[in-house]
Design a protein around this ligand. Structure first.
Ligand code: S3P
Length: 429
């Protein structure tokens, strides 16, 4: 994909359904009793991998009148797969599904693409093993492919060293099949879609976020059954982030992004943009199915550098590539700290972001847990995405304000979370 600078992005867009929520609708719907009907499901490669896995586990999932219909078979209704479960590029599929599979009476194997099979799985293998699960890394390198055989699970309290919704959700899902209570504490609150949605499905879930402590805890007790739901997935704030950034940094722009999920555990980017001086207004704020939504109006603004650190990091972890792009054209210096988790995403995003920013002429220094970015101007370059969807999209936004042409290599990787990303621009020109 070749892109060059432009001005005056104007109009309304809506972004596809939230990736995290779309995955969970399929998973929870599959182990619930009855039908789960999902509207605005994200048809991205990651969520399609989740559908593929549950079909392999015997669940009938169909598309009807633009909804995805999951014919749930109950907590114990999955059947033994006759093939290895292909999780593609999706960390969420791998880690959440492992929690469910750990509680089944059959054995299974999961494997993904090269990037997925190099991401850390010890973070779920260790606590699942403490719960009595039999899960191992087939190559004994702490990564997928994973092999899971039946085990008798019992609840534990797990003090997670990382704020990770995938680890938390994996253990809560295993907790559905465990004897007694399972609880997970995390250093700061990660996205809470599992807690909100499992409760809607009828699970016995409790959460505490003590004001006098930085720890957040979620606990679950096994229940007899979950109940199918009707869900409309909100627009994904992680996808909206590219148009928020475009609206703020492309001269003479005004963009309205409709129906975006603004769950506080996901909405850190809104605060960061405001702190950087961005003109952002939330319109029509409402709550649907336990999730907060709004239309987001952004206007071109003069941005300045800030420090981004601490508890806000898990609430914007996937948006850091595009935040870094905004910082690269803001006035002054932006420091991003406490974000070592970036190293274990689809690529090492400290490296992929800083290498590509440098290629565009930015003065940026990678650190052990983030980066330091001196704002200035950008020039067109060839962007090495390393097949990371968020790098492709973040640097497509950088291209809109860079001097000269930018080539996004392997831009097709946007299919992972936003197959229609490049088409959305058509609405703004
Ligand atoms: C996700 C959790 C986050 C996020 C990922 C989706 C989820 O990962 O980066 O894109 O749906 O639970 P971690 O749990 O590894 O932080």
């Amino acid at each position: 994909m070749e892109l060059c600078s432009l001005t005056g992005l104007k109009g309304k867009v809506s972004v596809p359904g939230d990736k995290s929520i779309s995955h969970r609708c399929i998973m929870f719907g599959s182990i619930a009793d009855g039908i789960t009907e999902v509207r605005n499901f994200l048809q991205g490669a990651d969520c399609l991998a989740t559908i593929r896995c549950f079909r392999t586990l015997g669940i009938d999932i169909e598309e009807k009148n633009s909804a995805v219909i999951v014919h749930g078979r109950g907590l114990h209704g999955l059947s033994a797969p006759n093939d290895i479960l292909d999780v593609g590029n999706s960390g969420t599929t791998t880690r959440l599904l492992s929690g469910i599979l750990a509680g089944q009476s059959f054995e299974s194997k999961l494997s993904g693409d090269e990037s997925l099979n190099s991401r850390p799985m010890k973070r779920i293998i260790d606590p699942l093993t403490q719960m009595g699960a039999n899960i191992s890394s087939i190559l004994r390198n702490g990564c997928a492919p994973l092999y899971i055989t039946p085990g008798r699970l019992h609840g534990i309290h797990y003090d997670s060293p990382v704020a990770s919704a995938q680890v938390k959700s994996c253990l809560l899902l295993a907790g559905l099949y465990a004897e007694g209570e399972t609880s997970v504490a995390e250093p700061s609150l990660s996205r809470n879609h599992t807690e909100l949605m499992l409760r809607e499905f009828g699970a016995d879930i409790r959460t505490t976020h003590a004001l006098d402590s930085t720890k957040a805890t979620a606990s679950i007790r096994p229940c007899r059954e979950l109940y199918g739901q009707k869900i409309t997935v909100p627009g994904d704030i992680s996808s909206a982030a590219y148009f928020i950034a475009a609206g703020l940094i492309v001269p003479d722009s005004e963009i309205l992004i409709e129906n975006v999920g603004i769950n506080p555990t996901r909405a850190g980017i809104l605060k960061v943009c405001e702190d950087m001086g961005g003109d952002i207004t939330l319109l029509n704020v409402r709550t649907e199915g336990g999730e907060k939504l709004a239309d987001i109006l952004v206007k071109t603004s003069r941005l300045h550098g800030i420090t981004i650190e601490g508890d806000i990091i898990p609430t914007l972890i996937d948006e850091i590539p595009v935040i870094a792009v905004m910082a690269a054209v803001a006035e002054g210096t932006t420091v991003i700290k406490d974000a070592a988790e970036l190293k274990v995403k689809e690529t090492d995003r400290i490296e992929t972001v800083t290498d590509n920013l440098k290629a565009m002429g930015c003065n940026v220094t990678p650190t052990s847990d983030g980066m330091i970015i001196s704002g200035g101007s950008l020039k067109g370059a060839s962007i090495h995405t390393l097949l990371d969807h968020r790098i492709a999209m973040a640097f497509s936004i950088a291209a809109l304000v860079a001097d000269g042409k930018t080539k996004i290599l392997d831009s097709k990787c946007v299919d992972v979370s936003y197959p229609t990303f490049y088409d959305t621009f058509e609405h703004l020109l």
